[in-house]
Design a protein around this ligand. Structure first.
Ligand code: ADP
Length: 220
């Protein structure tokens, strides 16, 4: 769809994170080259991934032979082996790959990966811990925080919004949030308009500053 080089990615490390990442990409019809030093892991994924190979990703020549330097997207999904994670990321950066994603286990690890050339660093355990904290203590059913303290939250419609159109409850001026989508029992999500009348038990997706979306979700 995006041309021969646009729709493919190299995934290095087939642990829990890299494995599910690679499978999901393959499901989305991305052409995946998966690399791990463990033959056992490569075997495990060989059936579902068309290109799964055993190699040491810190070995620049080995990666070149696999054509890794020609990819435009790469993910370094090595966590525990700090040295391998850093070396691999820097080899990919030396190749000039324009979109390098890397997984880090700590903030320090993340900083180093950025220094050696990762364009995007993810901290899955750290981020998921934060996300679950919002879900555990609040009334939120789902929570995604973007940069700049901006979030989207799924929550049950509070009583004061029920029985009237969204325009009338003035949620934006009162709470600083925007209702983006609404879901009736037994129906799918649809976009919300000023005229949408909220019913008891409706689910809302609201967007706004994290603190405002949290406050809104606490309303009953
Ligand atoms: P997770 O927590 O997602 O399971 P791990 O850090 O345990 O992540 O897994 C990382 C994977 O990366 C392991 O499967 C390991 O074999 C692989 N790996 C580690 N070092 C290298 C390397 N130098 N070359 C290729 N693969 C590596």
């Amino acid at each position: 769809r995006n041309g021969s080089s646009g729709n493919r990615a190299v995934i290095i490390g087939l642990g829990r994170f890299g494995g599910s990442l690679a499978l999901e990409l393959a499901r989305q019809r991305t052409d995946v080259l998966a690399i791990d030093s463990s033959p056992k892991l490569v075997d495990k994924y060989a059936e579902d991934l068309t290109h799964a190979v055993v190699a040491d990703s810190t070995d620049e020549d080995a990666l070149k032979q696999l054509g890794v330097h020609q990819f435009r997207r790469a993910v370094v999904a090595i966590g525990a082996d700090l040295e391998a994670s850093i070396l691999t990321t820097s080899v990919l950066a030396d190749f000039g790959i324009p979109n390098i994603w890397a997984k880090a286990l700590s903030r320090q690890h993340a900083r180093i990966l950025e220094r050696v050339g990762a364009h995007h660093v993810v901290l899955p355990e750290h981020d998921m811990g934060e996300r679950v904290a919002h879900l555990v203590m609040g009334r939120m059913l789902d929570y995604i925080e973007f940069e700049d303290d901006y979030a989207m939250v799924k929550t049950v419609a509070p009583a004061e919004a029920v029985g009237r159109p969204l325009a009338e409850s003035e949620l934006r001026s009162k709470y600083g949030i925007t209702v983006v989508s609404i879901k009736r029992r037994g129906e799918g999500f649809t976009y919300a308009t000023a005229e949408t009348v909220v019913r008891r038990g409706d689910l809302l997706i609201v967007a706004g500053k994290s603190t405002d979306t949290e406050r809104f979700a606490e309303l009953t």
